[in-house]
Design a protein around this ligand. Sequence first.
Ligand SMILES: [Zn+2]
Length: 232
Amino acid sequence: MTETKTDGATLAPPVLILLGPPGAGKGTQARMLQKRYGLVQLSTGDLLRAAVAEGSEAGKAADKVMKSGGLVSDDIVIAILRDRLAAPDTAKGVILDGFPRTTVQAEALDDLLAESGQQIDAAISLEVDDEAMVHRIAGRYACAACGEGYHDSFKQPQVEGVCDVCGASNMKRRADDNAETVAERLAAYHRQTAPLITYYEKRGALQRIDAMGPIDEIATTVSRAVSKATKG
Ligand SMILES: [Zn+2]
């Protein structure tokens, strides 16, 4: 056998970043990638909780800061991430969710990955139409009795105010699902993410994906982007 690798691809496990505003379906897509590619989703909150529970050195440091009501520093998060990326369950790669949030963090992450010959393979940005998103989220309501979901425009019950499934007439809306709050959440997301989008775009790692269509179609597009990025 004289087979040689000619593409120079490293065998380092893929590292993906998932970006997207609340309601864009990040969780759904992350679960799909987990199932399909064996990638492990790492969200900052989960990482911190696990490190604290484990009592690692970085976990203890994080615990101390959180108990005093402070914000865990980038250095601590990076140290926790370093430990986590060395764990055997991440051998097939990871999806980062919620980190990095700033370009300073993105640079620190690049340095960390470089230590093990890794890099960001793709920053997948789930893109939404803000106006349509406000309409979609602000129109949601549900039956208080059985939880069946309804929508002002897309799914009204047959009799107004009466649940099709259980017949109860107590519909509820989440307080933070009003148009103003949703628009504010989106604006905050764009403010915070814009520099990161630029950062990964410059590096050629950004993959913009239209997240307004059917979930299956989005999943197919995300899969294609991941396969391309990881040559898998
Ligand atoms: Zn009901």
